[in-house]
Ligand binder design. Structure first.
Ligand code: FES
Ligand code: FES
Length: 174
């Protein structure tokens, strides 16, 4: 490989705030945020269901907004504030959305669940849903093959009012 090619394939250093911690990482231009999280940073909570933006299992929060990590290049996250499912709880205290998912039995296999919960927190930050129908429509980007949809909606509808009252960047609603 020529020196020029070696330079072309060298990693690019980016800085991001991940679950409240500043991280400096080297990424290739083609590395997705999803692969950065799972393969370089050992954060396996964010799931890869399709890698094509069609299932929502990879949903994380960027500056409080929900995004598909599989459609986001890591290099595009330089300077971003990211929250993954691992960053929602505070110590042993679950985020209210996590608690509600357990209370309402809103998962079975659990593979879609991190994306569902991150998406629901993002939905709360958007502040534009409160009814069951609105939640159904605005959570429709997160597929669940176990069919937990009605329980997921029950969990989300229960938590939204308290989070809408105190939206925050992706962490805990009060
Ligand atoms: S893995 Fe990203 S949407 Fe399916
Ligand atoms: S809980 Fe299994 S896919 Fe949703």
């Amino acid at each position: 490989m020529s020196a020029t090619n070696e330079q072309a394939f060298a990693g690019h250093s980016i800085a991001l705030t991940l679950n409240g911690q500043t991280r400096q990482v080297d990424v290739q231009p083609w590395t997705t945020l999803l692969d950065l999280l799972r393969e370089q940073l050992d954060l396996f909570g964010t799931k890869k269901g399709c890698d094509h933006g069609q299932c929502g299992a990879c949903t994380v929060l960027r500056d409080g907004k929900r995004i598909n990590a599989c459609l986001t290049l890591a290099i595009m996250c330089d300077g971003a504030e990211l929250t993954t499912i691992e960053g929602l709880a505070e110590g042993d205290t679950l985020h209210p959305m996590q608690q509600a998912f357990i209370k309402h039995d809103a998962f079975q296999c659990g593979y879609c669940t991190p994306g569902q919960i991150c998406s629901a927190v993002g939905l709360a930050n958007e502040g534009r849903a409160s009814t069951d129908d609105e939640v159904k429509e605005l959570m429709s980007g997160n597929l669940c093959r176990c069919g937990a949809y009605s329980n997921i909606r029950a969990a989300v509808v229960e938590v939204l009012p308290s989070m809408n009252a105190a939206p925050d960047q992706g962490g805990r609603g009060q």
